[in-house]
Design a protein around this ligand. Structure first.
Ligand code: NI
Length: 201
């Protein structure tokens, strides 16, 4: 995928409108139409969650207070954008030096039927020892994703099975659990992400 310098500092309201307009929509292996919910009023990004990690332990948003969360929603069978984005996150975090421990990378699956804790554990091992993978009941995951304005839908593949089209945005949450900023994976490389994180954590 193309890596350009990110307009990482855009205000979060832009994220909302971009998501609403489908600009950050990652269309698995086809072009997806714009079908996002329109967000109006005083929207927030993120919120409480209670999910299972890759070791099968219950984890909630409050477990990560005091550290920043770098949150990305995707799925382990994604052929391109998800692994590329997780690699960018891992590479950026590796550049943080002593501040590395202040940021916990969190991958929340949007494919909980296939992304069991065990599947997440196998998948995330490639990206680093401290990635937290989260899964849960489909309706729970849907709700958590919605709180981040992340939307997704399945489409069947001609060879059988399915892929997921999904919003592709990295969110940075603060030590208080509140939204700080977002990054659009399609325009981001590890150096740009690391540089911005160094200013913020
Ligand atoms: Ni993906």
């Amino acid at each position: 995928m193309t890596m350009r310098v990110s307009p990482a500092l855009a205000p979060w309201l832009l994220a909302i409108s971009a998501v609403a307009a489908g600009l950050l929509w990652h269309a698995g292996d086809r072009i997806a139409g714009v079908n996002q919910a329109v967000v109006t009023g005083t929207a927030t990004v993120g919120g409480p969650f209670r999910l299972l990690d890759q070791d099968g332990r219950a984890r909630s948003d409050t477990d990560f207070r005091g550290r920043h969360m770098l949150v990305y929603f995707g799925y382990s069978l994604c052929p391109d954008v998800c692994p590329a984005t997780l690699a960018v996150m891992a590479d950026a975090l590796a550049k943080l030096g002593p501040r590395r421990s202040k940021v916990v990378p969190v991958f929340i699956t949007i494919d909980p039927e296939r992304d069991t804790p065990k599947a997440l554990k196998n998948y995330l091992a490639a990206f680093g020892p401290d990635f937290v993978g989260l899964t849960g009941k489909p309706e729970t995951v849907r709700k958590v994703a919605g709180s981040y304005h992340v939307f997704y839908e399945k489409h069947p593949l001609s060879r059988g099975g399915y892929a997921l089209d999904h919003t592709s945005v990295i969110y940075l949450m603060g030590p208080d659990g509140k939204f700080v900023t977002f990054y659009n994976d399609e325009s981001l490389g590890p150096d740009a992400l690391a540089a911005d994180l160094k200013k913020r954590v």
